[in-house]
Design a protein around this ligand. Structure first.
Ligand code: 1GP
Length: 229
């Protein structure tokens, strides 16, 4: 198991608020993916996060939490990914919630396990865009500027281009990827099988596969092989 995110090509994102059978979870965890990311945009609680973590821990796979609400910060994950939404004017999603969580738990945090993500939300119809008030009407230059800002100004180790629920404009993603020098590019959104997985992996370092796990498990599993072979 490689805990170095710079080596990850493929990640499955599981939503604690959705139901997955034990059999499906076993296939996801044993698929050869580099990590399971636990996270969601709504309905994430401490209890459903603990429950999912304990089920995933039956398998030898990296398991990381992408934090969306402070109440659902559960100890015991390998890493904690902290989204900082760049394309919102709502400061709560940039520093507000983060400051409150650090005020509460700052002294207890093992900072070696914390990875900030410069988050750029590109699907205006997604739950995450609605929740964070993101302005997703970005052209190629806007997106590249956010990516460069994340990389060079804030030095985020990860830039996450999030199209959650819809496959993105790969030309835009490619242009953003070209300006990155240090940061890893995570891409997520609408990957529903091996073809889109390959397309996204052509410009992103790491692809994140979510929804399709719940809709078509075999197609989801095929995305691993597509980007690893
Ligand atoms: C969502 O980026 C992930 O946060 C994956 O997106 O659910 O559309 O695969 P999908």
């Amino acid at each position: 198991m490689e805990l170095d995110i710079r080596k990850w090509k493929h990640v499955f994102k599981l939503d604690p608020d959705r139901t997955l059978s034990d059999e499906a979870l076993e296939k996801v965890c044993q698929s050869g993916t580099d990590a399971i990311m636990v996270g969601g945009s709504s309905g994430v609680t401490f209890d459903n996060t603990v429950d999912l973590l304990s089920r995933i821990r039956r398998f030898a796979v990296n398991c990381v939490l992408e934090i969306s609400v402070a109440e659902a910060i559960v100890p015991g994950f390998d890493l904690y990914l902290i989204p900082v939404v760049l394309n919102t004017s709502d400061g709560q999603w940039i520093t507000g919630f983060h400051q409150q969580a650090i005020r509460e738990y700052g002294a207890m945090i093992d900072w070696d396990t914390v990875i900030p993500e410069g988050y750029i939300i590109m699907n205006e119809q997604s739950t995450v865009a609605a929740v964070t008030g993101a302005d997703s009407s970005l052209d190629d230059k806007d997106l590249a500027a956010y990516a460069r800002m994340a990389d060079k100004l804030f030095r985020f180790p990860v830039v996450y281009i999030e199209y959650s629920g819809r496959f993105g404009n790969i030309d835009l993603v490619k242009k953003a990827s070209q300006v990155l020098e240090e940061a890893r590019l995570f891409y997520g959104g609408g990957i529903d099988g091996p073809d889109k997985a390959r397309l996204a992996a052509e410009c992103a370092d790491t692809i994140v596969v979510g929804n399709i796990i719940y809709d078509d498990l075999e197609a989801a599993l095929a995305t691993v092989e597509a980007v690893k072979s």
